[in-house]
Design a protein around this ligand. Structure first.
Ligand code: B12
Length: 208
């Protein structure tokens, strides 16, 4: 556990974060472990924002530092792998523009051999419907960081059911505040806490 990296991320100490990421990388610490430390630091940023110790400017800064740090990891998270498994359609639900976690998951899924279709952020239900008809994915992912957007996921999944598109696909959800109760509430199949879990679940489901 790199307490130093978690704390530097939480305190928004950009230089210290980048130096620690470089040091961990030099020690061959796996990129996904480094991401997990950064993610933990980001949860502390979130808590401080909730407690009004941080404001929107700090949230924006945290996103910039996180993105810079993950660029240092670059190839470590895997580049575009050859797609030997099924298709995975991924997006952030409408009204939500958080995309750091979504981008990590799509990068890691792609480098693990899935054909990834990234629909971006603030994705309306119609775009999921269109993508499922066009790409026929086996698994779809919906990212959501805002509790106020949980009902949007529910609406999206209900629409997929009405359109007859739900039965052959598994729907994964993820993002900071999403948990088992959310999963049940919105009618998804599974909640994943990180990218590796998403890869493992998808491989298992697709019989890989
Ligand atoms: C950075 C950040 C921002 C940045 C986002 C930049 C960007 N490009 O994404 C900016 C500044 C834009 C932002 C804006 C806002 N934010 Co904000 N933000 C955060 C923060 C601090 C970190 C999120 C993050 O990137 N974490 C790091 C990544 C790596 O983790 P992750 O997203 O959880 O992803 C991992 C897993 O969850 C999983 N995963 C993620 N998605 C998926 C999807 C699938 C399918 C699967 C399988 C797995 C998976 O894999 C990922 C990798 O391990 C969180 C705090 C938190 N605890 O999450 C608040 C937080 C999410 N934000 C919050 C709020 C309130 C807002 C604003 C409303 C603030 C405002 N007043 O304007 C706006 C909303 C804008 C909008 N309409 O979306 C609240 C939400 C509270 C709530 N109850 O809903 C939080 C929780 C902070 C807090 N504690 O108050 N935010």
């Amino acid at each position: 556990m790199s307490k130093k990296l978690v704390e530097a991320m939480a305190d928004l100490e950009e230089d210290a974060v980048l130096a620690e990421v470089k040091a961990l990388k030099a020690q061959n610490v796996p990129a996904l472990d480094i991401i997990a430390y950064l993610q933990e630091g980001m949860s502390i940023v979130g808590k401080r924002f909730e407690e009004k110790e941080y404001f929107l400017s700090e949230l924006i800064m945290s996103a910039e530092i996180f993105n810079e740090a993950s660029q240092l990891l670059g190839g470590g998270m895997g580049g575009a792998g050859s797609s030997k498994y099924g298709t995975f359609v991924m997006g952030t639900i409408y009204d939500d523009i958080h995309d750091i976690g979504k981008n990590i998951v799509t990068t890691v899924m792609s480098s693990n051999g899935f054909n990834v279709i990234d629909l971006g952020v603030d994705v309306p239900t119609a775009k999921y419907v269109e993508a499922i008809k066009q790409y026929k994915p086996k698994v779809i992912g919906i990212s959501c960081l805002l509790t106020t957007a949980f009902d949007n996921i529910k609406e999206c999944i209900q629409t997929l059911e009405k359109e007859g598109l739900r039965k052959d696909i598994k729907i994964l959800i993820g993002g900071g505040p999403v948990d088992e109760a959310t999963c049940k509430y919105v009618g998804a199949d599974h909640v994943c806490k990180n990218a590796q879990e998403t890869v493992e679940y998808s491989k298992k489901y697709m019989g890989v």
